[in-house]
Design a protein around this ligand. Structure first.
Ligand code: ATP
Ligand code: MG
Ligand code: MG
Ligand code: MG
Length: 480
């Protein structure tokens, strides 16, 4: 069985052999782009090449990119741990053509890699093509279709709508029709009963999308219109953890060697056993194994948890993980920081930035855990009281109190409510939030991030996050 490290290397070696320059992953945290907080796809770092704002220094590139999908257009947070193939942070393997090769080569190479290098049986693979969209005057993908017809049986080609087969990074930016590859991992008996093509893009846990080949031809503008780009490009993304799961013959991404290290460490620390089922303890194991990666790599890339913006996204993920181990693994002390060395070691040769800043990251995570654990117990009791009193809905004021007094992010309150078949008045919560902002503005409180850097002599010099990498040696961080 190939290890995950061998699988990653085989991808990069394959595209290097086809003339691609292997480039490093961009940081997971996006600075200087008002349209995006975190890298959500491999193509983000190449956006300017596609738009023609900058000239690419090479015409073909490949890499593995750290991605995070917890906000904006691509938000998978609610699936994580509940299903077995959506993560918050994941690696996206990708190959790109900047004005060089187009549909024919991209499709041929993806097929060659999957069937000849990785040796996935052809009859388990299904491909999708864009059926077109009259409303936007977008034609069906005839070139991609013709190419696929040379490679796969016609009953393994599925026509897809704009949601699945027209890829966009966000509300604006480079985009285009795409052709995806799905793998049917079900046992033969099940495959004989229901053809895999009927299950493509239907959230079946064993018929999963692994690779997206996007043919970038348009720029989506602010007013919603599409403008053709001066040249055409290829942008592909393959979910690394899903690929490993397929090649290692597992039922779940969490059963692969990408995750078993941190799951085993969690078992040792908590004394609980991961049972590969759907009960809440097992979901907790998966959520922790997933969230620890998002937290660790994002902090290592310079985004500290805080009360606003991208920092709050990280704090929300962290608090979500704390609540899972606290409630479902019955572990009442900081846990995540103890897993950080395991994670850092595992990724030392791929993403060394975590190992390099291990002490700092662990310290930040531990303090965050301690802070939330101080109010979690009381907050959960409060939540129980609220739920005992409300028939179907948690009102905005109650959700706001949980947020303001007990540090419960809204999505955590909603998660707990959902587990108890209740809903939360989101609009009411936001109204309370606005009112509080008004009050703070009136009191001229400065809305600032709450991890602040101090120089060693403790004089209070705020350094800002852009300088984090350079400044960590000089600066100690302290929570305010
Ligand atoms: P899905 O339909 O499964 O949500 P997607 O169509 O949103 O995936 P793309 O934007 O096409 O995903 O991204 C390219 C590839 O990245 C996907 O084919 C998949 O293998 C992988 N991928 C996407 N989202 C995730 C995620 N949250 N966790 C792990 N892998 C992912
Ligand atoms: Mg998705
Ligand atoms: Mg999809
Ligand atoms: Mg897709």
């Amino acid at each position: 069985m190939l290890t995950s490290a061998e699988i990653r290397k085989a991808f990069l070696d394959f595209f290097a052999s086809k003339g691609h320059v292997i480039v490093p992953s961009a940081p997971i945290v996006v600075k200087n782009d008002p349209t995006l907080m975190f890298t959500n796809a491999g193509m983000n770092q190449f956006k300017d090449y596609f738009l023609g704002n900058k000239k690419a220094p090479y015409t073909r590139a490949a890499d593995t990119q750290k991605c995070l999908r917890v906000s904006g257009k691509h938000n998978d947070l609610e699936e994580v741990g509940v299903d077995t193939y959506h993560h918050t942070m994941f690696e996206m393997l990708g190959n790109w053509s900047f004005g060089d090769y187009f549909k024919k080569e991209a499709i041929e190479w993806s097929w060659e890699l999957l069937t000849e290098v990785y040796k996935i049986p052809k009859d388990r693979l299904y491909v999708t093509v864009f059926e077109g969209d009259p409303a936007e005057n977008l034609p069906a993908s005839t070139v991609a279709l013709a190419k696929w017809k040379q490679l796969v049986a016609e009953d393994h080609i599925v026509y897809g709508n704009k949601k699945d087969n027209f890829w966009e990074m966000g509300d604006t930016g480079p985009c285009g029709p795409c052709s995806e590859i799905h793998v049917d991992c079900r046992p033969d008996t099940e495959r004989a009963q229901v053809p895999g093509r009927d299950l493509v893009n239907k959230d079946h846990p064993q018929v999963i999308e692994i690779w997206n080949n996007v043919f970038i031809q348009y720029n989506r503008k602010k007013d919603g219109s599409l403008e053709p780009l001066p040249s055409t490009h290829v942008d592909t993304g393959m979910g690394f953890e899903r690929l490993v799961r397929v090649l290692q013959g597992k039922q779940s991404n969490y059963d692969t060697d990408v995750f078993t290290g941190t799951i085993t460490a969690t078992e040792k620390i908590t004394g609980k056993t991961y049972g590969f089922s759907d009960n809440r303890a097992d979901i907790a194991f998966r959520v922790i194994a997933d969230h620890i990666r998002a937290i660790g790599f994002t902090i290592a890339d310079g985004q500290l948890p805080s009360n606003t913006g991208a920092g709050y996204v990280i704090r929300r993920i962290l608090r979500r993980a704390v609540r899972y181990y606290y409630s479902y693994l019955d572990y009442k002390q900081p846990l995540l920081f103890q897993l950080m060395p395991v994670l850092a070691k595992q990724f030392e040769t791929v993403f060394p930035e975590l190992q390099q800043q291990l002490d700092f990251v662990s310290k930040v995570v531990k303090e965050e855990e301690e802070a939330f654990l101080r109010t979690l117990e009381k907050g959960l009791k409060k939540m129980d009281d609220i739920m005992a009193g409300s028939a179907t809905l948690i009102d905005g004021a109650a959700a706001f109190e949980l947020y303001d007094t007990y540090g419960f992010p809204l999505d955590l309150t909603m998660l707990i409510a959902r587990e108890n078949k209740l809903e939360v008045d989101e609009a009411g919560f936001r109204k309370e939030m606005e009112q509080q902002k008004e009050r703070s503005r009136a009191a001229t409180v400065v809305d600032t991030e709450d991890w602040v850097g101090f120089q060693e002599d403790q004089s209070s010099v705020f350094v800002g996050y852009d300088q984090l990498e350079v400044e960590t040696k000089l600066i100690r961080y302290r929570k305010v």
